[in-house]
Each structure stands twice: as C-alpha cells, then as structure tokens.
Design a binder for this molecule. Sequence first.
Ligand SMILES: Cc1cc2nc3c(=O)[nH]c(=O)nc-3n(C[C@H](O)[C@H](O)[C@H](O)COP(=O)(O)O)c2cc1C
Length: 209
Amino acid sequence: MSSKTLLSLHTFLRSRRSIRKFNGQRIPEEILREILETATFAPSAHGLQPWRFVLVEHQAARQSLALALTDKMQADMRRESAPEAEITARVKRSMKRISEAPHIILLCRDTEAVRIQSPEETLMGVQSVAMAGLQLMLAAHARGLGANWICWPLYAQAEVIRALHLPSTWQPQGMVFLGYPAEQAGEKALKPLDEVLLTIDGTTPLFYE
Ligand SMILES: Cc1cc2nc3c(=O)[nH]c(=O)nc-3n(C[C@H](O)[C@H](O)[C@H](O)COP(=O)(O)O)c2cc1C
C-alpha cells in the first residue's frame, strides 16, 4: 500500500459518522449485496463468522419489526415509571425513524455458531458481530452512503425473532439504518488520545519503581 493510499485510508476512517437523516432514495441491490459481502470479511473469534444479517425490505415485515420494538419500548418505560408523554413521544419518534430509513439491516449472532457455550465464547460472538457491523458501516461509507447503528433490538430480542419469524438461534444484536445521507454530521467531540491510552514502559512508576 502506498503512503498516499495509507494517508487517504486514515482520512476515510476518520470521516465516517452516524447519519440519521436520509433522502429516501433506495440503494441498488448490487451495492447492498457488495456492502454486506464486505462486512463478512470482518475478523471473528476462531474464524466462526457468527454474524447473520436480515435485510428487512418488505413493508409488512418493517411494520411488524417497528411494532415489536416500540411495544417492548413502551412496556420497559412504563415499568421504569417514565411519564406517559415521554413514552408517547419516544414511540412516535422511533416509529418515524424506522419508517424513514431507506433500508434496515438487522445484525444477529447465531448462538449455535460457537463450539462451546460459555460466557466468554458468547461475548466473543457478540464482539465478532460488532466487527462485522463496523465493517458494514465503513463499506457503506466507501459508497457515499450513510449508516446508523441502532441498539433497540437488543432490548427486544425474543420479540424481534417472533415478529420476523427468524430462526430461533439468530439472536438480534442491533440494526443498521442505511441510505443516502440528507445531513452532514457536525464536529465530533473526541476524547484526547492521552486520556484513553496508558503506555506501560520503563518510566511507569507503579510497575518499575
Ligand atoms: C453499540 C452502539 C449502539 C448505538 N445505538 C444507537 C441508537 O440506538 N440510536 C442512535 O441514534 N445511535 C446509536 N449509536 C450511534 C452512536 O450514537 C454514535 O456512534 C456516537 O454518538 C458517535 O458518533 P459517530 O458515529 O458519528 O462517530 C450506537 C452506536 C453503537 C456503537
């Protein structure tokens, strides 16, 4: 890889942002497939590729997903004694976002893709799906598309499996809204590197004094 390509790859990686407003234009199927296929090049624990993708294209399926997510959202908020007005507003906002997303890709982890069922293997499966999710969003970015990872399915895993008639082992981890951007994300407030980096070297007092 030339140093020029490396430099532009860094610039590219730093320019990905969550996009929450789309212009409604549909993405051609071959581009959708290309993005999903690039996502499958992500690293995974033991190379087991536990990710499963559900492209929710049919209007009835989208409606079913929206209802499953917002019903659970309402129930959870009521249990936490959230004010009714807040619940109504959140559900309305969520319904609107789901209906306006040009494409919805549900990211699942196949619970049977691991060799051993253990908390560590489960976590590695979840981490692997997240790797594919990021790769998917970067592949979309490379095509000038916008994407936003949405966590709601994590709170309604059983409900989403039921609503979309998914295989029972396809455990939803999140979903990605995908489309052509109709907004430019603002400045990003990043933590300085030195706040999130600890270098343990010969000058680290705790370890070497
Ligand atoms: C695990 C995860 C869950 C997220 N869930 C949501 C969500 O439910 N709704 C949303 O609008 N954005 C969600 N995001 C996007 C973050 O808000 C966003 O990545 C963050 O604010 C940083 O902005 P950037 O993506 O533009 O760099 C999620 C991101 C991650 C990694």
